[in-house]
Design a binder for this molecule. Structure first.
Ligand SMILES: CCCCCCCC/C=C\CCCCCCCC(=O)NCC(=O)O
Length: 334
């Protein structure tokens, strides 16, 4: 843009945090503070990392789907612990701290939080996909009132789609034991929930307590955040339309749909600056890729890296106008 002498007319702020994975308190939170100090209190819209361009990941949907996170799941980090008198393994009690805690986390895994399909953004997401669906899928999605339960069952079978329809439960830490012949005095586990926007932190805690149903298991809330409000995703929502136009300049055949961001981002620190916050990473993902997040062989193609740079260029250009208007052109400047 510099070499082409392009100077945006509207103010544009670019923020780089360094600690998003650990809640962004030293990065994005400080940027937000600094902005307030400078008197910047309101943005037309905010864009951060988020959902992606998905291909062949949603069963029965043809072509790429660009899912733009218009809301974000909440989070609960829960510490579960059991304390029992230690002793010698040659004379064990009927149950140990490890056994009691193992049963508790197993109950949580076996009793997932209920499907919220039909209660929010995810319904609009599936309905927006109808034009790209085959006949059978169209009939099902268009009659959600009738097919809600079988559809929930179907979507629950894949972790990526399961994450969209419900509050999910992940046991991410389990620790106990000090020596092979000592009955351990304590067992601890961390449970990480990502909360569907139709639920609250308190509802999740109440549900867990009822499912565990064992007063010997102590529950401590380590950290929580409520799900984020829903940003505009209509025809007249400027930020959403900028995202949509920019996506289609890179992927002309992509269907752009509103979605719930299933992970967490730095946007929590910018919610007070705008009602329109979009969580989208222009990463083109295929079957097998969602499992690579925080997993083995997380990767991006060189071609896709170019598309990412190109996408943000288009967002900057398309946003640089007073209101809704056609995309800037030509769209292949980069
Ligand atoms: C039609 C929609 C189907 C949904 C398929 C979901 C595919 C997954 C795409 C994107 C998910 C991104 C989640 C990863 C979060 C990355 C950021 C992060 O790690 N933040 C911290 C945290 O969440 O703990």
């Amino acid at each position: 843009m510099l070499s082409s002498n392009i100077q945006p007319k509207r103010s544009l702020y670019i923020s780089f945090g360094h600690d998003e994975e650990t809640r962004g308190n030293d990065g994005a939170a400080q940027v937000a503070e600094r902005l307030k100090e400078k008197g910047v209190t309101e943005f037309e819209f905010v864009v951060d990392e988020g959902m992606t361009v998905l291909e062949d990941i949603v069963d029965g949907v043809a072509g790429p789907v660009a899912s733009v996170g218009v809301s974000e799941k909440g989070i609960v980090v829960l510490k579960l612990s059991v304390e029992l008198a230690p002793g010698h393994s040659s004379m064990p009690p009927r149950e140990t701290a490890i056994g009691i805690l193992a049963k508790a986390v197993s109950r949580l895994e076996e009793n997932p939080h209920p499907s919220m399909l039909g209660s929010g953004v995810e319904t609009d997401m599936f309905e927006s996909l109808v034009p790209k669906m085959g006949y059978l899928q169209r009939v099902i999605i268009s009659n959600m009132w009738l097919f809600r339960y079988p559809l929930s069952w179907l979507l629950s079978r894949k972790p990526a789609t399961n994450a969209v329809i419900r509050t999910v439960t992940a046991v991410t830490f389990f620790n106990s034991g000090i020596k092979f012949n000592i009955i351990p005095p304590v067992a601890e586990a961390l449970v990480n929930h990502r909360i569907h926007p139709s639920q609250t932190v308190q509802e999740v805690l109440d549900y867990d307590r009822a499912v565990i149903a064992d007063p010997r298991v102590k529950m401590e809330l380590v950290y929580s955040m409520e799900p984020h409000p829903v940003s505009g995703y209509g025809q007249s929502d400027f930020g959403y339309q900028v995202m949509k136009t920019s996506v289609n300049q890179i992927w002309p055949n992509a269907t752009v749909v509103p979605a719930i961001m299933v992970g967490n981002t730095d946007t929590v620190h910018f919610l007070n600056f705008s009602g329109d916050v979009y969580r989208f990473s222009p990463t083109h993902m295929f079957p097998g890729d969602p499992e690579r997040f925080h997993g083995i062989n997380e990767r991006m193609s060189v071609r896709n890296y170019g598309q990412v740079v190109n996408f943000f260029y288009h967002v900057i250009r398309n946003a640089d106008q007073a209101g809704l208007s056609p995309a800037h052109s030509p769209h292949s400047d980069l």
